[in-house]
Design a protein around this ligand. Structure first.
Ligand code: GLC
Length: 695
């Protein structure tokens, strides 16, 4: 790696034109474009081939082969003065070729280990395709299933989103970020992108500073504290100022309050978008405002590479700002070993490695599936006559959105795996003992720009289910979804519901093992499932009303005239094949003071006849405070395996400081008064302990 003096020497030796190229990301095709036949951006922005060769980063979707990697190295060597390799960046979100469950499914696993392993496998496969940086983790908290990007999130709880985002950073870095299988990370989308108006992607976001500091910013802080290398602002605004040029977000919070000095890269074309939404007059103003607010690289707007040089030459923007940004981009490359000739990463992944990766994806899928209903029909009995039907019975598209180089043709369907299952006889519904109804949304309907006004089972599936249930046989639904679909019409027609999300490369095999009882379901919901769209947003940490509905006949209370106020399924919910019991919480003290740590313990018993895992969740509730507190906040959780008939004691440690919330200025609001605590298997766990906060 270069030392500080060598880095400064490199920077000082760069021309203005070379620096504005270094803070620019272009597409792979533009880089390879034949200089005699300029491509779109070269024409549109009158760019030279030399400028493209000096681009600081190339974005690609499926990585590079060895020839492309060598060609890039050769073109940079021959076509540029300083021979600085471009950062190869791509969206490796839940795997590269071996695909794990979608992040919402990994949220349901409540497993930092499985999430870190997902990222590690992604790094090993993606670095072997020549990729240096992934646009992950996505740390957005989501509360609106109309938003298609719910699938990319770890869910609605800031604590879950934060810890799993940090696990992603660790996984991609591995032991050494500069090793051939190490990768850098870029946390996104900063911040509160999940609050888009009415769940419609790219729409307005209106959020208070208090909600920012207490809900939407903390997961980003955890990812950055874990060593995340880059950060991507959201397409959306805060205080009506686009995140891409937002001084509060990018200067005040990120640089001053958090003291973070990593590299900020825009989202795709977002400098251009600011002109489209009539915030900036043109790309020139967009380039100036973005640089002045701390954006260090322009993704695919070509604003920096085509406008900054003139702005600086005219003295309208400081060259020191450009130097600051160029330095941050070079720092990322230096950490990856790209500035001292260790850039080559393309290598072959062996069949043995692929088999090992797929086994890890299978284990992750087993942890992410959530058993939402089971009225005695699961696990399936040996010899059962099974009708496998529904939209996803023969579906190979089980990878979900943002599945990089994952291939449907390498993804077994449910039919594929059940045809090999000797313990069942596949037959028509009329002849069956049990009907397996594989349903839900298609993977293409999830992800970016996939908002739904009616987030429920696609047309025709309820009618199909009604016809099947008229046969009078047990119906087991296997649900594929990238969001908390509205299941109110479907659920009553099913005797069991297994939510598989989009379970990845080995998802069908995981579902088979769970339905046959070879494995026990252990996933828990990372998002609340509403009864209807009208309830959205509904989540476990709502702020309590001053007029709760006590069902005492009082008219003037908070309620709907036409719907329950409770969710169909609460956050944290998930069934097992064995009954667990959880004792009331015991605490090691009745008062907690600054600097002290509260120990909370429960005894969890497996009252079944086989070992199984569950996720014990720790919640608190403040009975008073200097600001309104959520009705329930997830503080911690533990995924535990308990042998048949065994009782385990599980303890949590909770520092007094962790119970503070934040003011609109981001300052701590200290806990005071009595706090209730609960530990259980969902956000409906009863309060069973209380501790007084002293300051
Ligand atoms: C997209 C997404 C972002 C992604 C980027 C690069 O528009 O908003 O999540 O990383 O562009 O593909």
């Amino acid at each position: 790696m270069l030392n500080r003096d060598e880095m400064e020497k490199l920077l000082q030796g760069m021309s203005l034109r070379e620096k504005v190229a270094q803070v620019t990301q272009i597409g792979l095709d533009s880089f390879f474009a034949d200089s005699t036949k300029p491509t779109g951006p070269m024409i549109a922005h009158r760019l030279t081939k030399e400028q493209m060769l000096n681009a600081g980063s190339l974005i690609c979707s499926e990585g590079l082969d060895r020839e492309q990697e060598e060609q890039i190295a050769r073109m940079v060597e021959e076509g540029t003065r300083h021979k600085i390799p471009p950062l190869i960046m791509s969206d490796v979100i839940h795997g590269m070729r071996t695909i794990f469950p979608i992040p919402l499914g990994m949220g349901a696993s409540f497993s930092e280990d499985a999430t870190e392993e997902m990222a590690r496998v992604g790094a090993e496969e993606a670095s072997a395709c020549g990729i240096h940086v992934t646009f992950a983790p996505m740390a957005d908290v989501v509360r609106d299933p109309r938003w298609g990007r719910s699938m990319e999130s770890f869910g609605e709880a800031p604590a879950l989103c934060g810890r799993l985002s940090a696990a992603v950073v660790r996984g991609f870095h591995g032991k050494d970020e500069s090793a051939e299988d190490g990768m850098a990370t870029c946390v996104k989308h900063f911040a509160a992108y999940g609050l888009v108006q009415a769940g419609q992607d790219y729409c307005h976001v209106d959020v208070s500073r208090t909600e920012m500091y207490n809900t939407y910013l903390p997961p980003f802080r955890e990812a950055l504290d874990a060593g995340c290398d880059m950060l991507m602002p959201a397409f959306t605004p805060v205080d009506r100022i686009p995140a891409t040029a937002n001084p509060w977000l990018l200067r005040h919070v990120l640089r001053r309050q958090w003291g973070w000095n990593g590299a900020v890269i825009t989202d795709w074309g977002s400098i251009d978008m600011m002109a489209v939404q009539e915030f900036t007059a043109d790309l020139t103003e967009g380039a100036r405002l973005s640089l002045e607010n701390g954006v260090d690289m322009d993704m695919m707007s070509f604003a920096y590479i085509s406008r900054l040089e003139e702005l600086i030459e005219k003295g309208e923007v400081s060259e020191e700002l450009l130097n600051e940004s160029t330095r941050r981009i070079l720092e990322v490359k230096n950490r990856l070993g790209l500035l001292d000739g260790r850039g080559s990463r393309v290598r072959t992944i062996s069949p043995q490695q692929t088999r090992a990766y797929r086994e890890k994806a299978l284990q992750a899928a087993l942890k992410s599936c959530v058993l939402m209903k089971n009225e005695g029909v699961l696990p399936l009995k040996n010899g059962v006559k099974l009708a496998l039907t529904g939209s996803h019975a023969d579906e190979h598209g089980l990878l979900g959105g943002w599945s990089a180089a994952g291939k449907n043709e390498e993804t077994p369907s449910l039919r594929d795996v059940f045809q090999k299952e000797s313990r069942v006889t596949l037959c028509r519904p009329e002849e069956a003992d049990v009907i397996l109804f594989a349903c839900g949304e298609k993977q293409e309907e999830t992800g970016e720009a996939c908002s739904k006004a009616y987030p429920m089972l696609p047309d025709g599936q309820i009618e199909e289910l009604l016809a099947l249930s008229a046969l009078g046989k047990p119906v087991v639904a296997v649900l594929f979804c990238g969001r908390a679909l509205i299941l109110s019409d479907m659920e009553p027609l099913c005797d069991a519901v297994l939510n598989a999300w989009f379970p990845g490369s080995e998802g069908a095999e995981a579902i088979r093992r769970l339905l046959m009882g070879d494995e026990v379901p252990s996933g828990h919901l990372p998002v609340t499932f509403p009864r209807c769209v009208g309830q959205i947003p509904i989540h476990h940490d709502m702020i309590p009303t001053g007029r709760p509905n006590r069902h005492d006949g009082n008219h003037y209370v908070s309620r709907y005239l036409d719907e329950e106020s409770t969710p169909l399924y609460p956050f944290g919910f998930g069934l097992s094949y064995v009954p667990f019991s959880v004792s009331p919480v015991e605490t090691d003290r009745k008062e907690l003071r600054p600097g002290e740590v509260l120990r909370l313990s429960v005894a969890v018993s497996n009252q079944g006849d086989r070992a199984a895992e569950t996720v014990l969740q720790l919640y608190h509730h403040a009975r008073q405070g200097a600001q309104l507190n959520p009705a329930r906040t997830l503080d911690d959780w533990r995924r535990v395996r308990v042998e048949a008939g065994e009782t385990l004691t599980v303890s949590f440690l909770l520092p007094w400081e962790k119970l503070a919330t934040l003011s609109p200025e981001g300052e701590p609001v200290l806990p005071r008064g009595v706090y209730d605590f609960a530990v259980g298997e969902s956000a409906q766990a009863p309060w069973t302990a209380e501790v007084s906060m002293r300051s």
